[in-house]
Design a binder for this molecule. Structure first.
Ligand code: UDP
Ligand code: MG
Length: 314
């Protein structure tokens, strides 16, 4: 193998992917071998309860020089799995890839090419995305809101087939965040990022590991982790409501002097009240989202726990 070419690490988070893994491994391996440069594949087993770990171990046995395994002792989430992979990776170029083959491993050489060409972060935009319609609509909305409030510029936050240069990975490794969103974190530190279109296909094996509520939580991580705008919005809503109600008081005062007291419209009043209570509760909720995250950061618990590791055998 040409030694002057930089080592490429591929990080694959794995959570109950026994249906996909047998299809993933041969395709990933041939994509990597096709590049004709040194590489390592790091599987991070994120507390799978199925046969995934056993399968990963067989990959490691078959390719002891290329396949590494980091085995978590529980489910710490996709982003923490990637964090652990970053922390243990040795490559000058680091690629992240989902295990479910929605993003074809065959695209990896194009990402590596972009990094060789001098980009430090290579993002991807899913072409003709094959996901349920509501997920696509939701992520279009989320992408545009997120760009607006975080001040980042990314066309597709959700696609995890991405490439990072070593210096960016090192910066990310120094960010000890327990709730984070890696593409956004990388984008924040990137000097010369680029986004390229990649193919996207349906999940053929197994099911999505994100429930609706987990997706919402992940999006809260993204919003709160990269912006204080929601908090400022809360303050502004509060000020607007105060001004409006002050005007309303003035109006009622004048009305009382001119027309006399009013007693009708009880339900209107109730309705306005409920509306304002709703706003108040969601504002408290937004503040709570931040406080909860501050709480989990200050506890400084380990972000993930590694049970066992299988490194490359030389
Ligand atoms: N994943 C993980 N831990 C989790 C959830 C997911 O490591 O708690 C992995 C999963 O095995 C897959 C990737 O993260 O490799 C993306 O998950 P999935 O394809 O289910 O997400 P979706 O494509 O539905 O957003
Ligand atoms: Mg997927």
């Amino acid at each position: 193998m040409p030694e002057n070419k930089k080592l490429v690490s591929v990080i694959v988070p794995v959570y109950n992917e026994q249906e996909s893994l047998p299809f993933l491994m041969p395709r990933l391996l041939s994509a990597m071998e096709g590049m004709n440069r040194p590489f390592e594949i790091i599987f991070v087993n994120d507390g799978s309860r199925d046969n995934s770990l056993r399968m990963l171990y067989s990959f490691h046995e078959a390719n002891p020089k290329a396949v590494r395994i980091i085995d978590f002792n529980g489910n710490f989430g996709q982003h923490m799995a990637i964090m652990a992979g970053f922390d243990h990776s040795r490559g000058e170029i680091v690629i992240t890839l989902d295990a479910d083959l929605q993003n074809p491993p065959e695209e990896i050489p194009r990402i590596v090419e972009k990094i060789d060409a001098g980009h430090d972060v290579v993002g991807t935009i899913r072409q003709n995305r094959q996901d349920p319609k509501f997920r696509k609509m939701a992520s279009r909305i989320v992408n545009s809101i997120t760009n607006r409030i975080t001040g980042l510029q990314l066309n597709d936050y959700g696609c995890m087939l991405r490439g990072y240069r070593r210096d960016i990975v090192n910066i990310i490794n120094q960010s000890f965040e327990s709730t984070t969103f890696i593409p956004a974190l990388a984008q924040k530190f990137a000097v010369n990022p680029v986004e390229i279109p990649v193919m996207h296909s349906e999940r053929e094996h197994g099911t999505s590991k994100y429930s609706f509520f987990r997706l919402i939580r992940l999006n809260f991580d993204l919003m709160t982790g990269f912006s204080l705008y929601p908090l400022q919005a809360v303050t502004m809503i509060g000020m607007a409501v105060s001004i409006l109600s002050f005007l309303f008081v003035l109006f009622l005062l004048l009305r009382r002097l001119v027309v006399g007291p009013e007693a009708e419209g009880v339900f209107t009043l109730l309705n306005i009240n409920f509306f304002l209570m709703g706003i108040t509760m969601s504002c408290v909720g937004i503040i709570g989202e931040y406080i909860g995250r501050i709480y989990s950061e200050v506890r400084k618990r380990p972000r993930y726990v590694i049970r066992r590791e299988w490194d490359i055998n030389d």
